[in-house]
Design a binder for this molecule. Structure first.
Ligand code: SF4
Length: 285
């Protein structure tokens, strides 16, 4: 049975800034894998570019560290090639809602059984503190010294608008909540999206751990049921005075990979190629 120590890459420690929320997110992801008793050989973590996207280096499962904003198409390809794998795509708010926004929107409308975890610290951390798509209006940054002129993107509302099968938010300052949400999202049969509010202690001096702590409240602890899309939309539109965390919406539906005539037979990796690959390659070169 898998234990926390089995998931450590062991050779070197993460180089995130001391106090960064990414440490707890990594810890929660490992705990979720242990809680679900997943075989590490059946798990693939895929990422784009950013501080958060370095995460696959520090969890002992299969990993793919890709290019900016492209974690979702790579994760989708892996899943369609071998649907037996648990595919977890990692990215930050800049990576997923900026460079990768096109992929994000389209992933929301397909029901492919992968999990998307977005480390949302409302800033570009790796590239030294520029305004990101989720930075709050008026917040100052290295790229907006007079304050952000635009309204932040609301990723939860976008997901609700597309009736995404699983939509949740958690907070990196609450390890137990985060672990349970990750485990729930990974075990959910369908596309699951989890937005994680986290602090960037180096560049975001506004949305600190304490700032979130004073505002978050647990939807499920208040008796909210995640089965109504209109109610989910209302919750998604709540501002920053009180921030709901937990599952906003959850509904299992037929999976793309189970409905597709080719994919439903057997995973692509087990299928015989019906083309002459040698001739095909010769035609390309
Ligand atoms: Fe974390 Fe921010 Fe440091 Fe990046 S820059 S490692 S997000 S604290």
């Amino acid at each position: 049975m898998v234990e926390m120590k089995d998931l450590s890459t062991g050779t070197y420690v993460p180089d995130w800034c001391p106090g960064c929320g990414n440490f707890l997110i990594l810890n929660a992801l490992k705990k979720a894998v242990v809680q679900l008793k997943l075989n590490p050989k059946d798990v693939v973590v895929v990422s784009g570019i950013g501080c958060s996207s370095k995460l696959p280096q520090w969890i002992n499962v299969f990993g793919y560290h890709g290019v900016h904003g492209r974690g979702l198409p790579v994760g989708t390809g892996i899943k369609l090639a071998n649907k037996k794998l648990h595919v977890i795509v990692i990215g930050g708010d800049g990576d997923v809602f900026g460079e990768g926004m096109n992929h994000f929107i389209h992933a929301l409308r397909k029901n492919i059984n992968i999990t998307l975890l977005v480390h949302d610290n409302q800033i570009y951390g790796l590239t030294k503190g520029q305004t990101s798509p989720t930075s709050m209006t008026g917040d100052r940054s290295t790229s907006s010294p007079r304050g952000n002129a635009f309204d932040p993107i609301n990723p939860i509302a976008l997901a609700v608008a597309q009736k995404t099968p699983y939509i949740a938010r958690t907070f990196a300052g609450d390890l137990k909540h985060m672990t349970n949400i990750f485990a729930d999202a990974i075990s959910f049969k369908g596309f699951s999206f989890v937005n994680i509010f986290q602090s960037c202690v180096t560049w975001n001096k506004h949305n600190t751990n304490q700032w979130f702590k004073e505002r978050v409240y647990d939807l499920q602890a208040e008796g909210y049921k995640a089965d109504n899309i209109e109610k989910a939309f209302k919750k998604a539109l709540e501002g920053y005075e009180k921030i709901p965390i937990g599952v906003f919406y959850k509904e299992e539906r037929p999976l793309f990979e189970d409905e597709h005539p080719i994919l439903k037979k057997t995973p692509l990796v087990k299928q015989k190629l019906e083309i002459d690959i040698k001739r095909f390659m010769e035609e390309l070169v």
